[in-house]
Design a protein around this ligand. Structure first.
Ligand SMILES: [Fe+2]
Length: 284
């Protein structure tokens, strides 16, 4: 197995490993070490069935239930299909996944540890995934703001209808009802600066998609801080843009990076991914 750095802000590729075969302890440790060192890793040239994807994913920890059960693979409910493909006039997968910067499941009581995407079909144009390094974003904050937000907690909400900074996608037929229903789901409150349990490093933990306020602060005061942070945390020097190759399997660390889908492809140019999510612990 060989690990090569691929981005300036973060990111590495791994070549020379076949995840469809049983892995030994050294292989798993090698993948984990690269994951902790680089935050985003692309394991090249993989051809995995959904079952093999699940088996590999479990090396990183127990898997999360997928929230969008209607787009999971029936025999493998841990695998969500992300796709803009259509069959008999209906979408075969979730089509509006991740258009705003976020960390997966920061709105749940145990946010995700890692997300794993396996490219099944890449579009001819577009379809990049962008990542922003929250270790760097924290490190590069002005000292007074670092001090100001240390010890503060931010409010994370799942429904887009609770967030004035985001729009509901027009492309998804059931979107309005979906987000209306989600308004009843309780918000979560997490430290704005979290400590990574494996590396011990501090990371900024807010995002435009899910963070809607700061606990104990009036809206105007919170907005001033959040607007600054949302702008700061995705500056080009913190961002790595992944251009997918056929067979890529990408793993990112939701405790240390934000991500978003860059879009830019249109049906019948099809993009299909299989996704699993490794469950995490409560941020501290
Ligand atoms: Fe996501």
């Amino acid at each position: 197995m060989q690990v090569n750095k691929i981005g300036a802000a973060m990111g590495a590729e791994i070549v020379g490993i076949d995840l469809s075969k049983p892995l030994d302890v050294a292989d798993v440790q090698g993948v984990l070490d690269a994951f902790h060192a680089h935050q985003v890793i692309a394991i090249r040239d993989q051809n995995l069935t959904p079952g093999q994807l699940v088996t590999f994913s479990r090396h990183l920890g127990p898997l999360e239930d997928q929230l969008n059960a209607r787009y999971t693979i029936p025999e493998h409910p841990e695998v969500l299909v992300l796709s803009n493909d259509m069959k008999d006039g209906k979408p075969v997968g979730l089509i509006d996944g991740g258009d705003y910067w976020h960390s997966d499941s920061s709105h749940r009581d145990k946010p995700s540890l890692a997300t794993i995407l396996h490219a099944k079909q890449n579009p001819k144009v577009g379809g990049d995934t962008q990542f922003a390094n929250m270790y760097l974003a924290y490190e590069k904050l002005p000292a007074d703001l670092k001090a100001r937000i240390t010890g503060l907690k931010a409010v994370h909400a799942v429904s887009k209808l609770k967030n004035k900074r985001v729009k509901v996608s027009e492309r998804r037929p059931d979107a309005k009802d979906h987000y209306e229903m989600q308004k009843a789901i309780p918000d979560q409150v997490w430290p704005m600066v979290r400590t990574h349990p494996a590396t011990g490093k501090k990371a900024l933990y807010v995002s435009e998609r899910f963070t809607v306020g700061i606990e104990g602060l009036p809206e105007a005061e919170a907005d001033e801080i959040l607007d600054f942070l949302f702008d700061h945390q995705v500056k080009p020097e913190f961002v790595y843009t992944h251009k997918w190759k056929d067979g890529d399997l990408v793993i990112w660390d939701n405790r240390a990076v934000l991500h978003r889908g860059a879009g830019g492809y249109t049906y019948p140019d099809v993009r299909t991914m299989h996704r699993t999510v490794v469950a995490g612990d409560r941020p501290y």
